[in-house]
Design a binder for this molecule. Structure first.
Ligand SMILES: CCCCCCCCCCCCCC(=O)SCCNC(=O)CCNC(=O)[C@H](O)C(C)(C)COP(=O)(O)OP(=O)(O)OC[C@H]1O[C@@H](n2cnc3c(N)ncnc32)[C@H](O)[C@@H]1OP(=O)(O)O
Length: 223
């Protein structure tokens, strides 16, 4: 009951601070083509009340490196259509990015990303919420695969344009506790024609624990 009240309160707060400007969004990606008018989308990559102190600390550290340090914070919306512009669509169709499919802040994938073009790196600060449970108290392996795919995928997209994941290999070394903060660090290692080879490591917020090591192969589209 208390939890529900708190949720309603938070939801009201989130809605009241949401920008109200109306604009048009156009998108074209394999399987999705649409255009619609809606409120200015919320950028979920900004801090909210559910972020813990480690998440906030890392956010500030990376943000500080955005001023001449080679990094930039990239926006994070709840549909890919906000990211990618394209052709007209079916306005009746509604989509939701898998990692942003829970309405309540803190329940699921809580994250933000920073990009360094010179280093070909995309870094994601990730705080898994209680609805991502796999083993008791720990993050489900599929959710971990998702955040790896999303981080390395975003890095490949920013460097090469549209891509699809062709292969994803993960060694799970140490479990990730729900509510903790980890750093998902991906890098484009090489590009061979349409193939984009990336590596991705997940480490604890203080760099003392290696949680996963992985490789992801993306294939460039529309070339
Ligand atoms: C601005 C935006 C910001 C970003 C925001 C959004 C963030 C969201 C990010 C979310 C991210 C989430 C992302 C997701 O979740 S993507 C969703 C999950 N992935 C899929 O569903 C992909 C399904 N597969 C396919 O569509 C096709 O098979 C693809 C497109 C991958 C290739 O079919 P295509 O017919 O086009 O190409 P090709 O067969 O001629 O092959 C081309 C070359 O590639 C080589 N090859 C192919 N497969 C493999 C393999 N498995 N291992 C090794 N090599 C492989 C192949 O040998 C050949 O090499 P070469 O002979 O030329 O040397």
């Amino acid at each position: 009951m208390l939890r529900n009240c708190a949720r309603l309160l938070l939801r009201g707060t989130a809605l009241s601070v949401r920008p109200q400007a109306v604009h048009s969004v156009r998108c074209s990606f394999p399987g999705i083509t649409r255009t619609f008018a809606e409120e200015q989308p919320r950028d979920y990559g900004f801090p909210n009340a559910t972020w813990n102190s480690n998440m906030m600390g890392l956010y500030q550290t990376y943000l500080a490196q955005c001023n001449g340090g080679g990094w930039r914070k990239i926006p994070s919306y709840n549909t890919t259509v906000h990211h990618i512009a394209g052709d007209p669509l079916d306005p009746a169709r509604e989509t939701r990015l898998f990692t942003r499919n829970l309405d309540q802040d803190g329940d699921g994938f809580e994250y933000c990303m920073f990009y360094n073009k010179a280093e070909r790196r995309m870094v994601c600060l990730f705080q898994p919420g209680p609805y991502l449970e796999g083993p008791p108290g720990y993050t489900h392996g599929g959710c971990i695969a998702t955040i790896i795919d999303s981080t390395a995928g975003a890095g490949a997209v920013y460097l090469c344009g549209s891509v699809m994941t062709a292969n994803l290999n993960i060694n799970y070394k140490n479990p990730i506790r729900l509510g903790s903060t980890v750093i998902v660090d991906s890098k484009v290692e090489k590009i061979e024609n349409r193939k984009v080879y990336t590596t991705c490591h997940i480490r604890s917020h203080d760099d003392t624990v290696l949680h996963t090591e992985s490789t992801v192969l993306f294939i460039k589209l529309n070339v």
